[in-house]
Design a binder for this molecule. Sequence first.
Ligand code: ADP
Ligand code: MG
Length: 244
Amino acid sequence: MLSIQELSYSFEEEKPIFQGLTLDVKRGEFVSVIGASGSGKSTLFRLVTGLLEPGQGDILIDGQKTGKRLGSVGYMPQKDLLLPWRTVLENVVLPLEVTNESKQARLSEIREWLARFGLAEFENAYPNELSGGMKQRVAFLRTLMTGKELLLLDEPFGALDSLTKRNMHKWLLGLWGELQKTVLFITHDLEEAILLSDRIYLLQGTGIKEMKVTLPRPRSSQLIYQSEFITMRKELECLIHNES
Ligand SMILES: Nc1ncnc2c1ncn2[C@@H]1O[C@H](COP(=O)(O)OP(=O)(O)O)[C@@H](O)[C@H]1O
Ligand SMILES: [Mg+2]
């Protein structure tokens, strides 16, 4: 679904962000990207979406080395960018407006999704009337409405309190089986990365490391108390601290 080959990028010549970075994401996979703040996670996403162009290397989406990547992935930026003057429904249908699709034809499908996202009663509410978790679900649903197979989610739960985040994990794990999407997910929360992902990439220096999460699916949020989970967590800590 996504293949990044020998990618190099720098904003300033003497300070490269990536050098020869290679990674791949298979169709249907859930892959997390972790790394200290400033390690280049959001920059990587902006390269994949085509908002930035690589200095060197290739980025292939669905096997295509398209010069025009913009618009070929569903991208949820780090800062939730709901339009405050639009209702929940009006925010969610934004991608359809961009591509000139009929909203009317898809309204019943969209209402089903709103219900599935716990937003049924809020379709006419404005963003400032919503809780943090609800705002993120609206932004996520809007990303889904792009209809793209590959979704890039930049710290979607990063600003939520831990209780709300727990609920979002439960909800997303329940939803994941039926979504049939490929997700690249940025987080700084190690537990979240393990709980949700098939694989984890760690950005460190200008390079990258990889860890497979060998926990079976479907997963429940209770998994974090199991010994297999704690073993994975230790393995990830070792990777981070160069002990592997
Ligand atoms: N537009 C920009 N111009 C110059 N430097 C930038 C720009 N955007 C990000 N950076 C720098 O690139 C590095 C990686 O940033 P970023 O990708 O946002 O990191 P992360 O998302 O991992 O916290 C940081 O050192 C940041 O200051
Ligand atoms: Mg970032």
